[in-house]
Design a protein around this ligand. Structure first.
Ligand code: GDP
Length: 297
């Protein structure tokens, strides 16, 4: 994972500063510059980087902290600023056991939406013990139902779909009604994606949302597009009530940091990240622990 490289560069910068006998302004400036350049290499927006840089310097060089234990303070302030970059401070919806939770997945085609529906379903079944079902309301992409059915079978999760039904709204409504009747805890609705954010996609999403009344709309985002994530996330948020974001494909490319920080800037919490094609390559995302792990703590 390329983000590991970012983590190790930041850790090295911290260690280098901590090794100095006297931590003066030059040591702090060098450290902050190194952190900034590693964030920029991970495609984080220059404005966000410069804000982070100023915030760290402001705290470390303030008169108030003159006598403080700089080594401890450095770590604390760097973590705090990195967390701020990734955490919009908005709570995300969490499905609960013994009640009906309906979540709807949206995103562009190829973002990893259908794969992520299965990963999410598997996570809540396996790790949280919920009774989970999947509904395929993607009538746009040929083979979408087969793919969802295959994935669902692999992870042992009941699914609903119909080859002969062309109306995604009816499919979503019928599937959710059936699983509600059968007292499932978590009903996941996979919707159609398109190559572009076009009006037909948005209209369909709105229609499906109106009939299934989801507790959460999850936007699936391919992290390889980097900072362009901000425009895509904003476009979806403006059309439907996106409550959380799952970032996919954080394995193996350099733009992950850019996408994650860009999405956080839209005030949408990232709840999970996908780090591979397997169902298990899926991690809960919580900014504080992510940053700590990134720094090898
Ligand atoms: P959809 O069109 O949005 O439903 O996308 P799919 O679920 O069909 O996924 C598109 C491709 O991305 C497939 O080849 C998936 O295996 C792959 N994919 C999904 N998530 C990840 C991920 O986290 N990492 C990697 N490397 N590939 C992923």
């Amino acid at each position: 994972m390329v983000l590991a490289e970012l983590g190790s560069r930041i850790s090295t910068a911290l260690q280098k500063a901590n090794k100095q006998t006297i931590i003066d302004e030059k040591v702090i400036t060098d450290m902050v510059n190194e952190i900034s350049s590693s964030l920029m290499a991970s495609d984080v927006n220059i404005k966000q980087v410069s804000q982070l840089k100023n915030n760290i310097k402001k705290v470390l060089l303030s008169d108030e902290n003159k006598g403080a234990d700089k080594r401890r303070l450095i770590l604390r302030v760097v973590i705090k600023e990195l967390v701020r970059l990734l955490d919009p401070g908005v709570p995300a919806f969490k499905p609960q056991k013994n009640r009906t939770n309906v979540v709807m997945f949206v995103g562009l085609q190829g973002s990893g939406k259908t794969t992520t529906c299965a990963k999410y379903a598997y996570y809540y079944k396996k790790k949280r013990g919920l009774k989970v079902a999947l509904v395929c309301a993607d009538t746009f992409r040929a083979g979408a139902f087969d793919q969802l059915a295959q994935n669902a079978t692999k992870v042992g999760i009941p699914f609903y779909g119909d080859y002969n039904e062309t109306d995604p709204v009816k499919l979503a409504s019928d599937g959710v009604t059936q699983f509600k009747r059968e007292k499932f805890d978590l009903i996941i609705v996979d919707t159609s994606g398109r190559h572009m954010q076009e009006q037909a996609l948005f209209q369909e999403m709105q229609d499906v949302a109106r009939v299934v009344q989801p507790d959460d709309i999850i936007f699936v985002m391919d992290s390889s597009i980097g900072q362009a994530a901000i425009d895509q996330a904003t476009a979806f948020k403006n059309q439907v009530n996106v409550g959380s974001v799952i970032m996919t494909k954080l394995d193996g490319h350099a733009k992950g940091g850019g996408a994650m920080s860009a999405v956080a800037a839209t005030k949408s919490p990232i709840t999970f990240i996908g780090t591979g094609e397997e169902f298990t390559e899926f991690q809960e995302f919580e900014a504080q622990s992510f940053v700590q792990r990134l720094l090898g703590m």
